[in-house]
Design a protein around this ligand. Structure first.
Ligand code: AMP
Length: 113
């Protein structure tokens, strides 16, 4: 069963979460099970299931998501030490939530991929 509603409910504030940024297009919130001292998820406000669903019409959202992620990294002052941005896709990519999201990870030296 699809679980996209988890992030949809966070965007619409029906589920509590620590939202660190929100505008007309993007919401960013703290990951509930952080894998690094800073672990933020960045999602589009419009529903997109995975990176496979990016098309000519909605592709600009990726630039918006990246831009928000980079600005959060700067606000949290991890931009000099560095950070990682990840998008998991489907089973082999390790995507658990069926709603396109970007992970921003930092605040420690991350293990090599
Ligand atoms: P992925 O494996 O790429 O689909 O990542 C999904 C992420 O969503 C995981 O890191 C989870 O810890 C996180 N997550 C799941 N439910 C919530 C929630 N209610 N609030 C914040 N993060 C969540």
């Amino acid at each position: 069963m699809s679980n996209y509603f988890i992030f949809q409910d966070i965007i619409h504030k029906k589920t509590p979460s620590n939202i660190v940024y929100q505008d007309q297009y993007i919401t960013a919130f703290e990951d509930i099970k952080p894998k690094a001292p800073i672990h933020i998820l960045i999602v589009p406000n419009i529903f997109i299931a995975s990176s496979n669903d990016i098309n000519i019409e909605n592709k600009n959202i990726l630039a918006d998501m990246f831009y928000v992620a980079i600005n959060i990294a700067k606000n949290k002052n991890i931009h000099q030490t560095g950070y990682r941005i990840i998008v998991n896709c489907n089973k082999h990519g390790g995507q658990e939530i069926d709603y396109l999201h970007m992970h921003l990870l930092g605040g420690k030296k991350l293990s090599k991929l």
